[in-house]
Design a protein around this ligand. Structure first.
Ligand code: SF4
Ligand code: SF4
Length: 412
């Protein structure tokens, strides 16, 4: 595609990226076929090809306007289009550049800014968020379903691991997961312990920065990421083997630190080191299992009374952004679970960071479709790998939704 960028974008630090991404798109439209918003809305402007075209016009001098912002806001950043694109167009990078520039040109209204600020503040408020979740869980019977539906039921706590190991990894605790699904990291620590790895988790309610970035508060997101880097750095220098994340949404953000901070003295090298060390939990579990020749491949112990039929929802961040396909599925099969059929596994569940709050109508439609797609083969449990998807699919679901590590830790 020919480009003719305005002086502002030609001279900007993202000029090369804009040029090369726009030029790599050949307008074939294959990406529209797997785009959830195009499928739902049927509007070219709400598909990847149309969004690329609208951004091209903007980078070439068309003024930023509400309509452009509206169509970009409706994008889930699920990156399904990138997986489909035969030309390797880096759509998400173009979107990131476009959104940031448009945000500067077209400041949002006070209520919109207030909403975004409020979401970020609440999700990162630490004890206030935790207390709100605990109150909701304990007074569930008193509160309207609208409030309680997204909040997981209280579960018995998984015991903490106290054993020490010579080999150590860092684990991201995250901002909302400790309050909403504390058993995820607890189960991960138990299993890694049995595989010979000690886990260091620094519980300081450190958000990776993704929430700020999802709510168009880029600088705030970067400040959170820097804080996390500072907290982790002494442990990294002392020689941890990896940084493990148990929520793929956070993982994508951490994996991008090298890119986010590449021009920032003091953080460029640290950011890249962290990106290089970051591993999804499934990657390290699969690696350690293979290294220790653990292949069970037999049915769950007959004394197990737990569920055996599992439908796995692969988060977009896992399959499209991190490029991890079939890793968890193989672990689940190794642990003796039966994997149920799932329809449209490439499509987003509608969680997409803060999308479910900012675009509730599209998000709810995607959630309904996803619940139906995950239950076509009558699973006893649905497993996933990201807290956002877990909450989104679990809202009003008839089948329990858990993190896959809870299932594997139960039997392996
Ligand atoms: S992004 Fe890729 S799939 Fe979509 S129109 Fe451009 S080249 Fe085709
Ligand atoms: S990121 Fe997802 S929603 Fe956005 S254009 Fe690509 S496929 Fe569509």
């Amino acid at each position: 595609m020919q480009t003719n960028l305005t002086q502002r974008f030609k001279e900007g630090r993202s000029a090369d990226a804009i040029e090369s991404i726009l030029r790599s798109c050949v307008h074939c439209g294959f990406c529209n076929a797997t785009c959830p918003t195009y499928q739902l809305l049927g509007d070219e402007l709400d598909g990847p090809r149309g969004r690329i075209y609208q951004m091209k016009q903007y980078f070439e001098g068309a003024p930023a306007n509400k309509e452009l912002q509206h169509h970009l806001d409706r994008c889930l950043t699920c990156r399904s289009c990138e997986t489909t694109c035969p030309s390797g167009v880096n759509y998400s990078r173009l979107l990131e550049i476009g959104r940031e520039a448009i945000e500067d040109d077209l400041p949002r209204s006070m209520p919109q800014r207030g909403l975004r600020w409020g979401i970020t503040w609440f999700l990162n408020s630490g004890w206030i968020f935790k207390l709100s979740i605990q109150i909701t869980q304990n007074l569930r019977w008193l509160l309207p379903n609208k409030i309680t539906a997204s909040i997981p039921q209280l579960k018995p706590k998984i015991a903490a691991v106290t054993a020490q190991h010579e080999r150590q990894v860092l684990m991201l605790s995250g901002c909302v997961q400790p309050a909403l699904a504390p058993n995820t990291n607890a189960a991960a620590k138990q299993l890694l312990h049995r595989l010979g790895l000690g886990v260091i988790e620094i519980n300081q309610n450190n958000c990776c920065g993704a929430v700020g970035m999802h709510t168009s508060q880029i600088e705030q997101g970067k400040a959170q990421a820097r804080r996390l880097i500072d907290v982790w750095w002494p442990k990294i220098e002392s020689g941890v083997e990896a940084i493990v994340f148990t929520a793929t949404g956070c993982g994508v953000s951490i994996k991008d630190y090298g890119n986010i901070f590449k021009d920032e003295p003091g953080y460029a090298q640290k950011g890249q080191t962290i990106s290089d060390l970051a591993l999804d939990l499934s990657e390290i579990v699969a690696k350690e299992m293979a290294g220790q020749n653990i292949t069970i491949n037999q049915p769950i112990n007959s004394s197990s009374t737990g569920p055996k039929r599992v439908a796995f929802h692969t988060p977009c961040t896992m399959q499209h952004a991190l490029g991890l396909k079939n890793v968890v599925e193989k672990i689940l099969i190794s642990a003796g679970y039966h994997l149920c059929q799932v329809a449209d596994s490439h499509l987003c569940c509608g969680s997409a960071g803060t999308y479910s709050i900012l675009q509730p109508e599209i998000s709810t439609q995607l959630q309904t479709n996803k619940q139906a797609a995950l239950t076509i083969d009558s699973p006893e449990v649905i497993a996933t790998a990201n807290i956002g998807c877990q909450l989104q699919i679990g809202r009003g679901a008839e089948v329990p939704v858990v993190h896959w590590i809870e299932l594997v830790n139960d039997v392996l």
